[in-house]
Design a binder for this molecule. Structure first.
Ligand SMILES: [Zn+2]
Length: 339
């Protein structure tokens, strides 16, 4: 209901020239919209998780909207220094991609090149070069592939039936498997569980691995893209933010060392894994010489934004084109965020 109302308001604003006026305003010129993307589908990933994946054609359409409406896509580092020095050009945008999945290499990169847009990849490094799917999303994806039925949990080592008949039941089954794996399995055991799950879901696991679905880019691919101008920044080594200071700093150190070895540059920009941030992280990030940290809280960044708590718009399939344009020009920042 609220979503429909919002879209109606936004359509009216677009049709009456309010979008254009907002986009050209001094208010907007002092602000930066940081866009966040996760995955670009190799196959049907957007049908499984439209909040995280979009088909290449939708990303291409977004890029065309940016170009055709005169938005200036800046490299993140330049955009942030110009945000705080008050020298941003009109209609500034920065593009960021989280995690560094292989689909960035094989789908997103060619589109970026075609449009001439710079981009930052926040790379989580532990899975890079392992040539296997990242366990948590792969577990979720395979359960979705088996949706509608009931799985006997005993084949995976848990004493319960896994009901996959509704999205809520599937989500409960996912958490049961994730918790079990987290506490009882090493990486080899997790990959075995995925193989078993694939068999049950009727998915050819070898094919899934060959197609590199849900895999992180290899070190060679990261080197190649870094040489081609893609900016690689920090996202923790194991995609986690421990509450213990030493472990938290170790995540940044391990991530940074690997990124430095792959790109030859010192990364200073950080993105909170899963958008999770706590007040105690801020002094630790400062201690690690982090210049900026992005969240997943939708807003435009202003010169008054805390550089370690920068807002970012997560763009996804469920976001209507008029909503996306509403964020580009800044109008959506004045509407309720939910719905
Ligand atoms: Zn992430």
């Amino acid at each position: 209901m609220l979503k429909t109302l919002k879209r109606t308001v936004l359509r009216t604003a677009r049709n009456t020239g309010v979008f254009r006026t907002a986009a050209d305003s001094r208010w907007r010129q002092r602000r930066l919209l940081i866009l966040c993307y996760h995955g670009v589908s190799i196959e049907d990933e957007h049908e499984w998780n439209p909040e995280l994946y979009m088909p290449p054609a939708v990303l291409e359409r977004r890029f065309a909207l940016l170009r055709n409406n005169g938005f200036r896509v800046l490299p993140l580092d330049e955009a942030l220094s110009r945000l705080y020095s008050g020298s941003l050009p009109p209609r500034s945008v920065a593009l960021t991609f989280d995690d560094g999945f292989y689909d960035f290499y094989c789908k997103a990169y060619s589109l970026l090149k075609e449009f001439g847009f710079p981009a930052t990849v926040y790379l989580t490094t532990w899975y890079s070069g392992r040539n296997e799917p990242v366990f948590d999303p792969a577990c979720h994806y395979l359960l979705w592939k088996a949706r509608g039925g009931v799985l006997d949990g005993r084949q995976f080592g848990i004493a319960e039936q896994l009901d996959l008949s509704t999205p809520a039941a599937l989500d409960r089954a996912r958490w049961a498997l994730l918790n079990f794996a987290r506490h009882s399995l090493d990486e080899e055991g997790k990959q075995e569980l995925l193989k078993q799950l694939a068999r049950t879901a009727g998915v050819d696991y070898g094919e899934l691995v060959r197609k590199r679905l849900l895999q992180i880019m290899t070190p060679g691919e990261v080197c190649e893209l870094a040489r081609a101008g893609i900016d690689f920044q920090l996202h923790t080594h194991r995609h986690r933010t421990p509450s213990d200071r030493d472990l938290f700093l170790r995540e940044i150190r391990d991530n940074r060392e690997r990124l430095q070895a792959l790109t030859g540059r010192n990364p200073v920009h950080f993105c909170y894994p899963s958008g999770v941030h706590k007040p105690e992280f801020l002094p630790w990030l400062a201690e690690a010489s982090i210049a900026s940290a992005t969240t997943c809280e939708p807003d435009l960044a202003s010169p008054r934004s805390n550089p370690l708590l920068l807002p970012r718009l997560v763009d996804h399939c469920g976001l209507d084109e008029v909503e996306f344009e509403g964020w580009l020009c800044g109008c959506s920042a004045f509407l309720p965020r939910r719905g």
